[in-house]
Write a protein that binds this ligand. Sequence first.
Ligand SMILES: [Zn+2]
Ligand SMILES: [Zn+2]
Length: 295
Amino acid sequence: MAIKEPRLRSLLTQAERNASYGKNAAAETIYRQILDEAPNAEEAWLGLAEVINDPAEKRAAYGRALELEPDMPAAIAGLAVLDGRPIPPEVEVALAAEAAAEAEAPRPAPLLVAESEPEEGHEPAAYELVCYRHPDRSTSLRCYNCDRPICISCANKTPVGYICPECQREAEDAFFNSKPLDYLIAVLVSLPISLLAGYLMVNFFSRGFLFFILIFFISGAVGSFIGRITKRAIGGRRGRYLPGLVVAMMILGVAIPALPILFAILTGNLGGVLALLGPGIYLFVGASAAYWQMR
Ligand SMILES: [Zn+2]
Ligand SMILES: [Zn+2]
């Protein structure tokens, strides 16, 4: 049925205006928005059919419009063109009559109407915005921080609104407050402890049934301890790569003491694989805990 609700009506006008400017992607977005709310709006189905490119989708959209309004001339004509059939003469007459009626109807000045309607929730002029990083993409989104228009692929959703990549980066830089020296301190603190823990894991704690029950607790506690003590040593500051650095130190802490076993495996002593099961679990659980503490 024809759209009566003023808000959807205004969206339809907006979509048609975008379509008439050749902004098919923007028009498609609005038509789909209308159809989400009013799936029986044949005008929106017709409009959608005219701005999308996929022939199957186009055919389906014309089909929906005709199901709802079987003698819609524009839909009959559109489908005929899609199939490469001639447009039936009576349809052509109806189309001409429609066009004439439209030409006579008083035309609202579209841009003026759009700009004089600063209603909350939807601004008809919104789709006239263009992404500041992609001049060929129209959008309705703005960065909440700098207020510049951004397209959906540039926008990052945050709890308070969309943010553009530049502002996102700035926010992250403010979040990461570490100093270059912190990386050195982190290595000096976490590497010795990781080596000691790794040595004990590889040489003493890698066998026995009781060990396999306890290893998850021990590993979590050790990893958490390494993370916390390193974090304290650097004054609680955060660095983009600090968590990864501590994880690397923990891997080194196991790999160095395990070198003899690794060589034994390489020379054919596959029994060593079992001996590395415990240290493997320790690394997996412990490094996750340390990473979490360093964030
Ligand atoms: Zn921004
Ligand atoms: Zn963009």
